[in-house]
Design a binder for this molecule. Sequence first.
Ligand code: HAM
Length: 438
Amino acid sequence: MEIKITRPQGTEDVTPKQIYKWHTVERIARETAESFGFHETRIPTFENTNLFLRSVGETTDVVQKEMYTVTAKETQFTLRPEGTAGTIRSMLQNGLLNDALPQKVFYILSCFRHERPQKGRLREFHQFGVEMAGSQGPASDAEIISLAKTILDRAGLQNIALNINSIGCPVCRAEYHKALKAYFEPKKEELCETCQTRLEKNPMRILDCKSPICAGIAKDAPVILDYLCDDCRTHFEKLQEYLKALHIDYSINPKIVRGLDYYTKTVFEFITTDIGAQGTVCGGGRYDGLIEQMGGKPTPAMGFAMGLERLIMTMEQQGCAFEEPKGCDLYIAPMDESAVPTTMQLGQQLRVSGYQVEYDVMQRGLKAQMKYANKIGAAFVMVLGENELQDKKAKLKNMETGEQIEIALDETFEDKFDDIAVQYMFHDIVEDFEKECQ
Ligand code: HAM
């Protein structure tokens, strides 16, 4: 079949056959964040473009090359390329920073970046992210990194390397910028056009340019760690002490500068080599200046986001377990039209009690219905015909063992089904237990 309109390049469908993987990682991430005292927040999919210009930064790749922006009634809006800017905007707009600090939130959202699609790099992707506002000390950096690590551990990931760095504060950054300018100035003509302007405005951005020529030139550039002021150095050392106390292995990678402008001091990434070139599963860091820059009181903050597509891809690659979706508990097969109302009533009764029940809505014959019940993997099937309705009892067939159990179609139906279903769910355990008792 030729489909006339296909999905846009760089986007993905998640079909019902795949969704359980998403449910698994979202549940793990949500539960872990909640166990650290974080609460879920939701923000709009698009924001005023200025929000991203001011926070993510005008000289970043994200702003210069990757934003999806539309002008509607003379106002520019942009599909969020990340979650931090909108989350901080929301905290400020809703007065959350006037409540008890630190404010700790998490989010699961889609992001949009017009990048060149490749494995692990999409134009619409999804992030699980957290932000903690109001905490200055390195203990909160350790807390954030530990939260990310706990999620990755609970997802079952192995061999995922934590890289940390400090990119200093405005004080040490000024000295560092001078050193970078001195390094790149003689090679200016070889840099891409964007990096030539970055050299004047924000030379650190050259360090994460995606052009291989710029990356080659930047290879031997000075590193920020050599320029840290005392405060930033102590902060970084203390963080390492805490990571050691938490038994979190890490490497210092002085080349990590991150692709967004708001970072200060600690930055970090969790990287895998299992999914190809786009192996950064999680990235984050401290951003002590952003809240003030966005009009709030000076408030230090820190967070991270993990790419859910990359996380799931790595889990698949490493053979991690996903929770299997719940299947159909009971399929009811009415033999003819006269059995349909009772079928509906019994089905509804069990659904309200939490069972997954299906019955025929296609007026199919018994054979076709049984085929369907098999296909969907129903645990039990119950056929309802004239005799069953007259006798007010039917047979529940256990589709795994073929065993048939009689069940009354009266007020005891639900309780009896409960008993049978529980027995079914625990039959392995019961069998083991009975064996042990013999
Ligand atoms: P980021 O490093 O730009 O940081 O993105 C975080 C994660 O999103 C990446 O590590 C990656 O897993 C995933 N990701 C990014 N771009 C793509 C893409 N094109 N396709 C698939 N996955 C992608 C941020 O977004 C910051 N807001 C993180 C943060 C929160 N920092 C502090 N708080």
